[in-house]
Design a protein around this ligand. Structure first.
Ligand code: GAR
Length: 198
């Protein structure tokens, strides 16, 4: 009996910076680890390298500037206006640094990656190097990353995948960030693979 190939997951990727996670997802698709397609890259900032990466990958991109939408609600609405017509299965936050209000029709379909083991070291202001500085200041012996489904607060919602790595004596925030990022690359793909099997 022939097995039916499953349909590729349709994704939108939201970012605010260099787009390393976009690159990771695109690479996993290109090398056959992930059966998915990225329909749109949406940035909350103009002039970020993530948009250049999207162009290099031949993925359409748009900017919905957080600065030009001073009200958080208007900003979120402008984003969903762009995404809704694309009929994507999941929205992947990939270094997206603004709070997004998730409407009912996208509940359970927005994924985030956070560079720490939530629920520790999450919440407003906990992003990028701030997270690793806090982990080091606390003297933690392990850190890692969390991929989770988003709700309407920062860094909460059901956890899909966590991966850990050691914190080593003498680590700088950059050292730790690099080690955590290696785990992020594995964790995001693992999470999308899980969702593609649902
Ligand atoms: C990643 O390390 C991700 O964990 C972090 O942004 C980085 C990717 O951004 N996200 C957060 O801190 C969300 N709270 P980049 O692609 O711009 O380097």
């Amino acid at each position: 009996m022939m097995t039916q190939a499953s349909k590729p997951l349709r994704l939108a990727v939201l970012l605010s910076g260099s787009g390393r996670t976009l690159q990771n997802i695109a690479d996993a698709i290109a090398d056959g680890q992930l059966n998915a397609q990225i329909s749109l890259v949406l940035s909350s900032k103009p002039d970020v390298f993530g948009l250049q990466r999207a162009a290099n990958l031949h993925i359409p991109s748009k900017v919905v500037s957080r600065k030009e939408h001073p009200l958080a609600q208007d900003f979120s609405q402008a984003i969903w206006q762009q995404i809704r017509p694309l009929e994507v299965d999941y929205v992947c936050l990939a270094g997206f640094m603004s709070l997004l209000t998730i409407p009912d029709d996208f509940a359970g379909r927005v994924i985030n990656i956070h560079p720490a083991l939530l629920p520790s070291f999450g919440g407003k202001g906990m992003y990028g190097h701030h997270v690793h500085e806090a982990v080091l200041a606390q003297g933690c012996k392990v850190s890692g990353c969390t991929v989770h489904l988003c709700d309407n607060t920062y860094d909460t919602g059901p956890i899909l995948v966590q991966r850990t790595c050691p914190v080593l004596t003498g680590d700088t925030p950059d050292d730790l960030a690099g080690r955590v990022f290696e785990q992020e690359c594995l964790a995001y793909i693992e999470a999308l693979q899980l969702l593609s099997k649902e």
